[in-house]
Write a new protein. Sequence first.
Length: 104
Amino acid sequence: MGHSTTEGFADAAKDGLASLRTAISLNLSTNHYPPIPTVYVEPVVAALEAYNEGDVARPIDITEVVKETGMEPRLAFVEDGKLLIDAATLIEITHSWAFTDEEN
């Protein structure tokens, strides 16, 4: 497991063999110990979109995800009553770099 597995999931999504969300879900649930809950899929997708648009510092709202799972990343921060994490940090802690656009 590890980086090569993540690359395999990302390649499957890029090649149309799996949806992006399915590939991310597989990465979160099978490529981490303990598994990262799959409710993190949508925040990871939002983080990837931000990264691919060049906005690595975009805050991603994980308030509801943390309420549901109890899994709060150490680097999350509170702003305006919401629990946020910047896009690059969420990509890093979920080992999702393989899902980013290669040009960026």
